[in-house]
Structure formats: C-alpha cells, structure tokens
Design a protein around this ligand. Structure first.
Ligand code: 7RM
Length: 660
C-alpha cells in the first residue's frame, strides 16, 4: 500500500503484531497493564513518577516543584540546578562504562573511530575549555555547521557543558539558509569543517560558510575541522577569525584550564540548551528553543523505554545530527542512558544499497532507528541487498519522521526484522523534544501504520476546531492537552509567534499541526500535516519557504508550492510558477530555478516538478488556492468547492501545463 492510501483504508488494517514472548520476558515494561499503570501515574502523580524516573540523572540541586505553567512560559523541575553533560558523561566514569564505547563512528570512505565514555568526556572538556578561550560564555549562542563526524557530538556537548546554547544547522542547507539561522540566533562562534563527504564527493562546507559569513555580523570566531584534508577542498582561512580545530584544541593542553573537568558549572533547570530551526507554515523558519532539565528528562526516559536500551546494546539511529532526531536520539538520550551509539557519516546507497546492512553486520547493531523514506527506498532497491548480510544481531526496530505505511511496515518486519523484532513507530516533533506516541515494545501489540499510544506524561487528544473531542475513528486535529517536560519553551525571541502557532489555535491545548484519528483501542493514526508544511523524504519544509525562495529569483512573478503524494519520499514537491513579463518560461529557466532553490535552501528542497502557468488559482481576496493546485499536481480532478475561485478558466489552463 503506498502512502497515498486514505485513512479509511488504513483504519481497516486489522493485523496485530504481538511482541515475541522472549522479548516480553525481558522487556522493561512487559504488559499493556504495566504500561497503563505507569502512564496513569505519570499523569496523576507526576512528582512521584518523574522523581523515580530521573534518579539516574545528576542533579546538583534537587527540584522542589515539578512544574509551573503560565502561558507562554512553562517551567519544569523548578528550583533544580544541573550540568546536563554530567548526566551524559561524568556519571558513567565512575562505573564500568568508563571504558565502554560511547560512539562507534564509521566514515563514508570506510574509516572508523571509537570513543569510549572516558575519551568522549575528555574531548568535551577540552572543547569546552577551548570555547571558553574564544570568549564563549554561558548564554552565548554557538552555530554548528557540520556533518556526521564525532566532533559534532563533541561540539554540542561542549556547548552544553558551558551553558552556551548551540544551533546546529543541517549540512545540507545552503549558505543563505545558514546565514539566516546564524543571524536569527545571533551566534558568536561558528564551528564547521572543510568539507563533508556526500556519496563520494565533497560538500565544501567552509566555502559555503564563508559566503554566509559575509553577512553575519555577530560571528567573531570560526573553528574549522579538517575532515577531508585534501588539496581539492580549497579552504581560505581568514586571519584573526578562523582557526583550525586541532590548533584550537591544542591551545588548551592538559593543565589548569581543565580544572572544570571535575566541576563544570551548574545551571538552572530552565537554562537554554539549544535552538533548532524548523519549518513552519509561514516563510521564516522557527527557532525552537529547548531548555535543560525538562528536555534531558524527556529524552532520557523515552530512550530507555522506547528502545528498551540495555548496557549490551549497540544502538544505531540513522538520522542526521542537523535534525531534532539526531539531537535527541543520537546524542542526549542515548548518552544519558550510557548506551553505545553507532554514528554513520554516509548515505544508505553509497557505494551501493548494501551499506546500511553492512554497517549492521559489522558493528553488530541490536537496535535500529530509521525513517519510512529510507525503508521505501530500500524496498525499491530490492530484497537482495539486506539478504546478503547477517542481520541476526537486530532485536528492535524503530521508525520516525512520517507515517509508516503498512506496506513499508510489513517489509521492515519481514525483511529486516525477520519477523522476530518488534517495530516501534514513534511520533514526535522538533517542538516536542522527545517521543510522544509509540507502540511501546514488549508492552503492547503493533498495528502496521499506527503510531500507538501516548508515552509517560503525555495526554493527547484528537479534536475538532473548537477543541471538542472527536469520536473513535473520526478524523481531527492532534493536540496535546497538558504541558510536558521536554516541550519547546518558546521560539527564539518570538514568544508571540510561539503562542500563535501552538497555543492559540485551539483553546487550552497545544496544537501539533497534524491530523489524526484515534481508534477503538485508543491507538493513534497520524495522517500528516494539515498546515502548509510538507514532509519531503523526512525533511520538514514549509511551502512558504519554497515560495519565497522562488519569488526571490528575478524572473519569477509568483509561485505556489504544493506536495504530491509520493511513494518514495512521502511528498514530492510540485511548484507552479508565473514569470515576469518579458521572461521566457522554458527548460533553461527550470534549471535556473532548481539551482536557485539549491542555493537558497538546499538540494533536498529541489522541486520534483516545476510547472509554468499564466495565472494561479486565487480567491477574490487574492489567496492562492493551494487545495486546487494539490489536486492538479496529483493528476486528478479538482475536488470540492471552487466558488471562491476568482477565475474558473485558470483551472483548465493549469491542467494543461506541462508535467515533466
Ligand atoms: C521527529 C520529527 C515533525 C512532523 C510531525 C509529523 C511527522 C514524525 C511521525 C510523523 C506520522 C510518525 N520531527 N511525523 N514522526 N508522522 N508518524 N511516526 O520528525 O519536527 O522534523 O517533524 O513529522 O507530521 O508533525 S520534525
């Protein structure tokens, strides 16, 4: 079943997959009853629940009050102080985890590195001291524009240790996108690398950063990691501003500067931890702000239960560090649990479609967390690829990023999990910080395509516009009915937009932007965004961002971007463009526009189809009717009301536009 299938057919999905009895016997939560009791306690007696569940974390001052809530500002673990990195690193050093692998890293070209908890801690302490040396103080923002290298984890943790919020910018973003994010958060330092490997070629990150840095007045220093280190990656170092990573670190050799290895500063529970930009339904990306204690508690508890993590697991989350999944489930969650994390720099299909399976075989991965878009690509590549490798180490599979359609679920279950491994679908968002809905493995059965039940502390609803609950099976808006510890605290310097986007849409609840249904068993089925945000191959992107990028091209008068359901990517991106008078619409302009998007946003946002048109369908008040464009993009008849359409003739003309 492709993802285009309607929710009606999804709800007819009657297969149930019960976890293997051996898995259940050892599971942390071994029955639906146990899950329900914990969930109930987490809502009714949150103080007791969270006190118990966070005892492993390192608190300098214990919290007095669980939460204080006054819109828009939520506080959790009020009164506590902590240094988050002590929970992720220091606490393991007095146990046998001291010499355990924290990161098992594999580079795209096949090089590899392992960092034990001891080594990772030492690197983080050095980097924190070196950041201090650059003048970074608690509260200063540090931008990170790096690929999937161990140093990016070191960099994030070093920032956290100093209380300097990091803002990681996905290495697939363009110079312009980097510039805007740096400027929005006012970063003082940028950490980057000469280049990043991407399917055998080099993405020149430093050269791209240099373009951004021409218009980023707040950045004082730039640290450059040598990842490629070859002549072909021409790096120009600006005197007084740029420093090579190794030179930067060697300035703080062992000695007094490492004093704070033992006692890093403690911060308030609500001290800002990071800003991560994500797409919204209007043009400008939103700087989602997460703070320290609540975020840590959320990712710690969810990592432990959702992945059922054990000390002997080898856990691999395939997400990129530039997205929230990389933050929460490569770095903060797993390290706070003392897990061994595989980190992989490359792509699933380089040098061939066997690469992921080869990583699993060679490292003995036990828990795999990946995305439906990857699974669908693997299905297309053929079963022979996974069949060539020994995947018997796997014991648990996870999915995140978009709805996993039943066909992909079944393939994952059969071909990867050999019908032995539970699959845990996990629904959450950049804004939620940690996993909110899941089919908790060992505790509950899975239904292919359903994202399951709410996790601890999470109370969700499926409601109508005014907040009335929908009946079972009825489609509505997915909301969260009470604040939870790992929720975003605000949007960077924009409380108003935070309130408007999430809390003012439906009375008294957090609005997720997703549509969903809840079935008779209380299982949730998330169908995707109901606003103008698309999910293209797991990348969340606002149609407004694409449109404003297109319109910034000198030949373009107007543009509308819509998604077309795509078997592989979730959404394919279709854009309708009207050109300015005297401009020639044609193949050449199409190529120029594709290149323009690459530059303004990044290659991942390149449209799958660009269609020129004389006019866009609009309402009388001038609003583009994207709903109609969506139908046209999908190749079907336009559905629903066209009475608000100003000029009916536009539709016929649009259908006649050429599809490439
Ligand atoms: C973690 C992440 C969030 C949006 C969210 C949904 C969609 C994510 C699932 C899902 C159905 C899932 N953060 N989404 N996971 N839809 N089932 N298991 O992806 O901020 O980048 O995107 O992604 O629409 O609102 S995100």
């Amino acid at each position: 079943m492709p993802p285009t299938d309607s929710i009606e057919s999804l709800l007819k999905e009657e297969r149930r997959f019960h976890p293997d009895p051996t898995f259940v016997r050892h599971a942390r939560v071994g029955s639906h009853h146990a899950y329900a009791a914990m969930h109930k306690q987490s809502l009714d007696e949150p103080e007791i629940f969270w006190r118990e569940q966070t005892v492993d974390l390192v608190w300098r001052t214990p919290w007095k009050t669980f939460s204080e809530w006054k819109l828009p500002h939520a506080k959790f673990f009020v009164g506590a102080t902590l240094n988050l990195t002590e929970s992720c690193l220091d606490r393991h050093l007095t146990t046998s985890r001291r010499t355990k692998a924290a990161l098992v890293w594999e580079g795209e070209p096949g090089d590899s590195r392992t960092l034990t908890y001891f080594e990772l801690h030492r690197e983080v302490v050095r980097a924190a001291a070196a950041l201090t040396d650059l003048g970074v103080k608690a509260g200063d923002r540090v931008a990170i524009y790096m690929g999937m290298v161990p140093e990016v984890v070191v960099a994030m943790l070093a920032c956290a240790r100093l209380g300097a919020p990091h803002s990681v910018v996905f290495a697939g973003f363009s110079a312009e996108a980097l510039r805007d994010r740096i400027n929005d958060c006012g970063a003082k330092v940028l950490l980057t690398q000469d280049g990043a490997w991407r399917r055998g070629s080099v993405v020149p990150l430093k050269a791209m950063a240099d373009v951004a840095l021409q218009q980023t007045p707040t950045v004082e220093k730039v640290v450059v990691l040598r990842r490629i280190g070859r002549g072909e990656t021409q790096v120009v170092m600006k005197h007084g501003r740029d420093v090579w990573w190794d030179d930067w670190l060697s300035r703080v050799g062992p000695g007094p500067s490492l004093d704070h290895a033992k006692a890093p500063p403690a911060f308030d529970a609500e001290h800002p931890l990071f800003v991560l930009y994500t797409s919204g339904s209007t043009g400008k990306p939103k700087g989602v702000l997460h703070t320290t204690a609540g975020y840590l508690a959320g990712v710690h508890v969810t990592t432990k239960y959702v992945f059922d993590l054990r000390d002997d697991d080898t856990y691999w989350c395939t997400a990129d560090i530039g997205w929230v999944t990389g933050h929460s489930y490569i770095v903060y969650g797993p390290l706070s649990c003392g897990a061994t994390c595989v980190m992989f720099e490359g792509a699933p299909n380089f040098p061939d479609w066997g690469r992921f399976w080869s990583v699993i075989e060679r490292h003995g991965v036990t828990v795999l967390y990946t995305a439906p878009t990857a699974i669908r690509a693997f299905i297309r590549a053929g079963d022979e690829w996974p069949a060539r490798y020994d995947l018997s180490s796997l014991r648990l599979l996870g999915s995140v990023g978009e709805p996993i359609n039943p066909e992909a679920w079944m393939w994952y279950h059969r071909v990867v999990g050999k019908e032995r491994c539970p699959i845990v679908d996990t629904w959450w968002q950049t804004e939620t910080g940690s996993i909110m809905l899941a089919t908790l493995p060992g505790a509950v059965f899975a239904k292919p395509g359903s994202t399951g039940l709410p996790l601890f502390g999470v109370e969700v609803g499926v409601v109508k516009d005014r907040g009335e609950d929908c009946s079972p099976g009825e489609g509505g808006k997915l909301v969260v009915k009470r604040p939870w510890p790992s929720m975003a605290r605000t949007l960077w310097k924009d409380d108003d937009r935070y309130l408007k986007t999430y809390w003012d849409v439906i009375p008294n609840v957090y609005f997720t932007g997703d549509g969903a249904r809840r079935d008779e068993d209380d299982y949730l089925w998330v169908v995707g965004r109901i606003d103008d945000v698309l999910n293209v191959a797991g990348h969340r992107i606002g149609t407004a961002e694409i449109e404003s990028a297109l319109v910034s091209h000198p030949s373009v008068a107007e543009a509308a971007a819509v998604g077309r359901p795509d078997e592989l990517k979730g959404h394919a991106l279709v854009v309708f463009v009207t050109v300015k008078a005297g401009q020639k619409a044609g193949k050449e302009l199409k190529e120029a526009l594709a290149a323009h998007i690459d530059k303004e946003i990044g290659k991942f946002a390149r449209p799958d189809s660009i269609r020129f048109t004389d006019a866009l369908p609009k309402t009388r008040s001038g609003k583009i009717m994207r709903r109609l464009l969506k139908d046209i993009a999908a190749g079907g008849e336009t559905q629903g009301d066209t009475s608000t359409l100003e000029d009916l003739g536009v539709l016929a003309k649009l259908r006649a536009t050429e599809e490439d």
